[in-house]
Design a protein around this ligand. Structure first.
Ligand code: AMP
Length: 368
């Protein structure tokens, strides 16, 4: 069987690597032939919404999936009957628009940030008056890794925020003084089976994920996150892996966004869980039984960003799992990650702190 993947980034590459033991083949569609996925499977080279290339991808694949959520829903819709593409296009469409995401959270009773749609400078002034300061102005579409965001701390910031982002449809929301951030990752198969992984505690700097530790959070938080995840999966009759990111404030979950795909905060599952998020995504979209999500210990994942550290040094340490995506180095670009799995949370945190100091000294483990 062949899986067609729109986008050949590191997520697609890890999906393919997870799928080969299951006897699957892969075909990518990507703009660049030297994308990470191209190192492990053939690539159709061209625009991700090129109807001819998408049709070729669909014809040569049993199921088409995505490694990036901002693909053209209209172009994918033309590919054929429902079931040809997973995840469902309705879920992709909602995840592409921050306002639609907020409406979904409200409709499903999932707490989220107070917010207002902003499409003019006056609307921004009104939103700041209603919601207050500090707040975050975000583009509704095409934001990732903190791009397309501006934190407003005082009324003086309004002008520069508008200069920077005005023109695109925007959303203004309260700035949440969160205690920490978590995400939950789960899968729903085309047969309706649902599994979820333990919560991930995520540390961002400059809007980019730097460190994930899992399992994290209290059993109560885990239960609540699982309930919210099931609501979203059920709402879309979702097929595949989906992630919800939350702020945690005074023990309460506040939903930030959904990602209709495997997620950076789930990379630890490759070595740290019985079945990785990548394999479970493939199982889900093929209607195969989902794999156990049981953690194999206490895992930490550190992103390798901007430049790859010298691998010899880290490979010399037993139990450090190294992933190099084979990408050209560029400031703030995710080039790889490394994972450790320890017997206790305390041992994991000690080692994660030490590794982080060596790899990314500007990021500090704070709180939990
Ligand atoms: P996002 O692209 O919405 O996931 O934002 C990236 C990161 O920026 C989040 O993981 C947070 O660390 C931070 N951030 C985004 N929105 C807010 C907010 N409303 N309040 C506080 N921090 C935020």
């Amino acid at each position: 069987m062949t899986i067609g993947i729109v986008g050949a980034g590191q997520l697609g590459r890890m999906m393919a690597l997870a799928g080969y033991p299951l006897g699957l083949d892969f075909l990518f569609l990507d703009r660049a032939g030297n994308s990470p996925g191209g190192q492990v499977a053939p690539i159709l080279c061209g625009e991700l919404d090129d109807p001819r290339l998408l049709a070729t991808l669909a014809r040569r694949s049993d199921v088409v999936t995505v490694d990036w959520e901002n693909v053209s829903v209209a172009a994918l819709r033309r590919l054929g009957p429902p079931g040809t593409v997973a995840p469902p296009l309705r879920a992709l469409a909602v995840a592409q628009d921050r306002l639609a995401e907020k409406r979904l959270f409200a409709r499903l009773g999932i707490p989220s940030t107070r917010h207002a749609a902003v499409d003019s400078r006056r609307a921004l002034e009104r939103a700041v008056r209603t919601i207050g300061l500090p707040g975050v102005l975000k583009t509704r579409r095409f934001g990732y890794d903190g791009k397309g965001q501006y934190v407003l701390r005082s009324a003086d910031d309004l002008g520069s925020a508008w200069t920077q982002l005005g023109g695109a449809p925007l959303l203004y929301e309260e700035h949440v003084p969160f205690d920490f951030e978590v995400s939950i990752i789960g899968a729903r198969s085309s047969r309706g089976e649902i599994v979820s992984y333990p919560l991930n505690a995520n540390l961002h700097r400059g809007g980019i994920l730097r460190l994930t530790r899992a399992p994290a959070g209290s059993p109560r938080l885990q239960r609540t996150a699982r309930v919210f995840l099931e609501k979203v999966l059920g709402h879309f009759r979702y097929v595949g892996v989906l992630t919800i990111e939350f702020f945690v404030r005074r023990g309460q979950l506040i939903a930030n966004e959904i990602a209709p795909r495997v997620h950076n905060s789930g990379h630890w599952t490759l070595e740290g869980a019985e079945t990785s998020q990548f394999e479970n995504h493939l199982r889900a979209i093929l209607g195969l039984p989902l794999g156990s999500t049981r953690p194999r210990g206490h895992a930490a994942m550190i992103n390798l960003i901007g430049r790859m550290p010298p691998r010899e040094r880290f490979l010399a340490e037993p139990g450090v799992h190294w992933h190099d995506y084979g990408k050209e180095a560029r400031p703030e670009r995710k080039l790889g990650h490394c994972t450790i799995v320890e017997a206790s949370a305390a041992a994991r945190d000690r080692r994660a702190r030490r590794l982080l100091l060596a790899i990314d000294p500007q990021t500090r483990i704070m709180g939990r």
